[in-house]
Write a protein that binds this ligand. Structure first.
Ligand code: NDP
Ligand code: HSE
Length: 440
């Protein structure tokens, strides 16, 4: 048989340990698919002595010298499942410049500085694959970067963070508040001890940048993504969504569009939004992920599955390993980065969407007229208005709750509307502002 393709595995935690297990369990099949055995040359970790349970691997393969491992002549492919910006960036640039192929699950690094990795891959001539970096096991990046390359993608709407989807699904199912649902997610092992990256939307924003870059042939970084998390979503918002036939999801939305002069640009945002319960993304529950892609010729496509976890993520990593190993044996490389469109990223103020606004107001004649006047002054058209008695501790006698849903308007116009509403003496508080997506 052909001599083995040798892998340097960087990281042996939740994902890395499953990569080791699958490489062992599937070795014969993987060798048949690649055309050569896949062999682990070494495994770089932070702590050699850490208890890793019953891992089917020679303990002598472990090292703390990641760079030394990468530089070895007998290493063909570097598999990075450590995470973070440094030292991962330095390692991967070193490997790619040396002509090695890289498989990584590192969304943070790709979203922060993917361009540097792509440039290094172009320089060295190896492959850079990162299917596991967005939506875990779901085959999504390969369809975007290969299958849909004959089409024009117009919009990508996704639920790409399992932790927040679990929390919002629990809030919808039980009426629980955010804190209670987060506690449940932590107890069940969905949320990490420090859930900031998930609940504040950083994780989803990194994935949104990667998706937008591939969909629109344009380098988009995490810093280009407008980001809002779910910590401000209340049980009252969820109840109001339900009353409108909606549910609330943390969405990543990447869209391309043209201005009046036909100049194309992209907008990329992550924020909680109400979507109708009839929308395909509304039924994505628990910690599952799903991504809805719209393209000119293909129409609507939906990708669904497990977005996290050791084995699902290792499945995506192994798929990439097989692809790059095959390429090396064939002496070819995959198509390089496609960023030719180089579209500008539109500021959030120009994003056009609908809004659900909940106001605590004085309940007396003329209030509705004053409130409607503010919307009119900012050219934001009201679609529906619902009034009910003020509830909760803040609700005083003589107050009411006004729930207003608008037609589509630019985000900047809505922000100016809310700012002016806050200054009215008849408005006790702007209780919540949520975007509404997906039609109603
Ligand atoms: P873990 O924290 O479980 O594992 C990280 C591994 O990296 C550990 O083995 C650790 O060593 C090693 N490591 C950390 N720092 C260093 C260092 N300086 N030098 C050498 N080794 C180091 O992470 P995960 O497996 O959860 O995640 C890995 C990557 O996969 C991340 O980029 C993450 O974003 C991505 N990912 C993870 C998913 C998941 O569900 N977990 C889903 C999708 C993507 P030691 O074992 O000694 O501590
Ligand atoms: N924390 C992420 C999530 C893991 O909850 O989806 C995968 O990136």
């Amino acid at each position: 048989m052909t001599s083995p393709v040798r892998l340097a595995l960087l990281g042996c935690g939740t994902v890395g340990a499953e990569v080791v297990r699958l490489l062992h369990e599937q070795s014969a099949d993987l060798a048949a698919r690649v055309g050569a055995p896949l062999e682990i040359a070494g495994i770089a970790v932070r702590r050699i002595g850490r208890d890793r349970g019953e891992l089917p691997v020679d303990p002598a393969l472990f090292t703390t010298d990641a760079l030394g491992l990468i530089k070895r002549d007998d290493v063909d492919v570097v598999v990075e499942v450590v995470g973070g910006i440094e030292p991962a960036r330095g390692w991967l640039v070193e490997a790619l410049r040396a002509g090695k192929s890289v498989v990584t699950a590192n969304k943070a690094l790709l979203a922060e500085d993917g361009g540097t990795l792509h440039d290094a891959a172009a320089e060295g001539g190896g492959d850079l694959y990162y299917e596991a970096s967005v939506a875990g096991a779901i085959p999504l990046l390969r369809p975007l970067r290969e299958s849909l390359h004959g089409d024009r993608i117009t919009r990508v709407t996704g639920i790409v963070n399992g932790t927040t989807n679990f929390i919002l699904s629990a809030m919808h199912a039980t009426g629980a508040g955010f804190a209670e649902a987060l506690e449940e997610a932590t107890e069940l092992g969905y949320a990490e001890a420090d859930p900031t990256a998930d609940v504040e939307g950083f994780d989803a924003a990194a994935k949104a940048a990667i998706l937008a870059s591939l969909a629109f042939h344009t380098r988009v970084a995490a810093a280009d993504v407008h980001r809002e998390g779910i910590t401000e979503v209340t049980a009252a918002d969820v109840a109001s969504a339900k009353a409108m036939g909606c549910t609330i999801k943390l969405l990543c939305i990447a869209a391309r569009g043209a201005d009046g002069q036909g100049r194309e640009s992209v907008s990329v945002r992550v924020h909680p939004a109400m979507i109708p319960v009839t929308h395909p993304l509304a039924s994505v529950g628990d910690a599952f992920n799903a991504v809805f892609v719209e393209a000119d010729a293909a129409g609507q496509l939906m990708f669904y599955g497990r977005g996290a976890g050791g084995a699902p993520t290792a499945s995506a990593v192994l798929g990439d390993v097989v692809a790059v190993a095959r390429n090396r044996l064939a002496g070819v490389r995959a198509a390089s980065e496609s960023a030719y469109a180089d579209l500008p990223v539109r500021p959030m103020g120009e994003a056009v969407t609908r809004y659900h606004i909940s106001l605590d107001v004085a309940d007396r004649p003329g209030v509705l007229e004053s409130v409607a006047g503010v919307f009119a002054r900012h050219d934001v058209s009201i679609a529906t208005v619902r009034q009910g008695p003020a509830g909760g501790a803040a609700g005083a006698a003589g107050d009411a709750v006004l729930v207003i849903v608008t037609h589509a308007a630019p985000d900047a116009a809505l922000a100016a509307t809310v700012e002016e509403l806050r200054g009215l003496d008849i408005v006790r508080s702007v209780a919540s502002v949520l975007r509404v997506e997906g039609g109603l």
